[in-house]
Design a protein around this ligand. Structure first.
Ligand code: BES
Ligand code: MN
Ligand code: ZN
Length: 505
């Protein structure tokens, strides 16, 4: 396999634009920009830029590109990236501009770029430095990796960020963005990995390697230990496969941590979901290799949290298994007893995610979590409700849901709150067990979340359904087709803010 991502070095610069020696100087341009602040850019282009602007060749619309050489400037090439309307410019716009710029530079064979921030007061300089670094690093990622023959890819090896000024906080923000971007890329790499390259055991091996590099505590429970804990819902799902399940447990225990708070992060780690006996149609079943995206997000976010040494205790639990229709597979109608003791009638073996999450949420509570967040590619129904670019957020109490929503907004992981009204519980009643594992088509994302809630005790809990957002079906200027790394930045942002929510009444 070829490398699919590399992390460039990142530095902050305050040189004047024309004095920056770089292969590619990236300048975001807003639609209403006069370019007056970029003194002499038009002259340096020999009037080319002004002419392109006036005939509408380059209007500054989002992700439009204009490439020029600038006479008398030190940069080899100047790449203007459309940034849309100035008033719409938030951190996420800058992050995407940086990704677009990095991908463009790489396509043109360039290995060093400098990105200027021209958002002015719209985005704080620290925030701009972080998101520009995140974006530049995320541009150093490619999907396909198993093509034979030489690897023709060009990688960025150095990125300079220019946000107008510098300070320790700005430099730290850029360094933070570099780590967060790298951890997003690691999550994308794992979610792109085919099912035979990432079985539960191989997934656990990778988690161990990532944890060791980051300085996280790590433990992997095997099928015997899982049986010892009576996680019958996880064992039930795993029974249809020749591959044994694992539970990956990660710990971040910093010396100085917010008192009385333990963030419990749980991620769905189904390395391939055939549906089991309730088997899925063949069309696009290959996509079900990404059914461990939630687990990858938890592992990679915890890696970032440890590398940034964030002052909040964190426990990550990732239950991982295949969902296969083998001869010993669970059958529709089977009854399983969860580790918590609640009984479930398995009405549909394809509703496996909620089963493994239930046992994992119970387990992270046993380990001492005080605040829960789970991430899962849980339902097709969330795609019907919110489409491919917005994750569904569920949970309680409202204050905790709002914390996670705000974190997702800072992270650029677009999310929207969904209801958990009691009435919906009618839909997944069982005649003979405490409840069934599906409620049918109506409100499918909500009944799945309500099922998961059964295993969260009385703790604050948020569930993010990332079934739509974990995978991009189409290449966009800022996102190659494939795994998106959704959730990594949200969890890091949540941990970054722990001092605030951990001490709030
Ligand atoms: N992993 C799937 C959810 C999914 C569907 C993710 C489409 C990405 C794209 C999950 O395990 C599943 O199969 N859910 C079922 C639940 C149903 C049987 C109640 C679904 O959504 O169809
Ligand atoms: Mn399924
Ligand atoms: Zn699934």
């Amino acid at each position: 396999m070829h490398t699919v991502h590399r992390t460039p070095s990142v530095a902050v610069t305050t040189r004047a634009a024309k004095d920056i020696a770089t292969e590619s100087l990236v300048i975001p341009i807003f639609e209403e920009d006069s370019l007056d602040d970029l003194d002499g850019l038009d002259q340096a282009s020999g009037g080319d830029l002004g002419r392109a602007r006036s005939r509408g060749e380059f209007r500054g619309r989002v992700f439009e590109l204009f490439s020029m050489s600038a006479a008398g400037w030190k940069a080899g090439r100047v790449i203007l990236v459309g940034a849309g309307k100035r008033a719409d410019c938030q951190a996420e716009r800058l992050r995407r501009v940086a990704i677009t710029a990095g991908l463009t530079a790489r396509r043109r064979g360039m290995t060093t770029i400098t990105i200027l921030n021209r958002a002015g007061t719209l985005v704080q300089p620290e925030v701009a430095a972080q998101v520009l670094a995140e974006g530049a690093v995320m541009s150093n990622f490619d999907g396909a990796s198993y093509k034979s023959g030489g690897d023709p890819r060009v990688w960025l090896d150095h990125v300079d960020i220019h946000v107008g000024s510098t300070s320790t906080a700005i430099e730290q923000a850029a360094a933070r963005g570099r780590i967060v971007g790298e951890c997003c890329n690691m999550a994308r790499e794992m979610a792109n990995e085919p099912g035979n390259g990432l079985t539960p055991r191989l997934f656990a091996d990778r988690a161990v390697a990532i944890a060791k590099t980051a300085g996280l505590g790590v433990e992997v429970l095997d099928e015997k230990q899982i049986a010892g804990l009576k996680m019958e819902m996880l064992l039930g799902v795993a029974r249809g496969s020749a591959e044994p399940p694992r539970v990956i447990v990660l710990r971040h225990e910093p010396k100085h941590a917010v008192d009385g708070v333990v963030l419990g992060l749980v991620g769905k780690g189904v390395t391939f979901d055939t549906g089991g006996i309730s088997i899925k149609p063949s069309l696009e079943m290959d996509k079900m290799k990404d059914d461990m995206s939630g687990g990858a997000a938890v592992i990679c976010a915890m890696s970032a949290i440890a590398r940034l040494n964030l002052p909040v205790r964190c426990i990550g639990v990732v239950p991982t298994t295949e969902n296969m229709p083998g001869g010993r597979a669970i059958k529709p109608g089977d009854i399983l007893t969860s580790a918590e003791g609640k009984t479930v009638e398995v009405l549909n073996t394809d509703a496996e995610g909620r089963l493994i999450l239930g046992d994992a949420l119970w387990y992270v509570r046993q380990l001492g979590a005080t605040h829960l967040v789970d991430l899962a590619t849980l339902t097709g129904a969330v795609i019907v409700a919110l489409g491919k670019t917005t994750s569904g957020i569920f949970g309680r109490p409202r204050t905790w849901v709002d914390e996670v929503l705000r974190a997702s907004e800072r992270a650029g992981d677009r999310s929207w709150p969904m209801p958990l009204f009691e009435d919906y519980k009618e839909l997944f009643k069982s005649e003979i067990a405490d409840f069934g594992n599906t409620g049918g088509r109506p409100a499918g994302a909500i009944t799945a979340a309500l099922f998961v809630e059964e295993f969260t005790g009385t703790l604050p809990w948020v569930h993010m359904d990332i079934a739509g957002t974990s995978w991009a079906d189409e290449t966009k200027a800022y996102q190659p087709k494939g795994a998106t790394g959704v959730g990594v930045r949200t969890l890091v942002e949540l941990a970054l803010d722990a001092q605030a929510w951990g001490t709030r009444a």
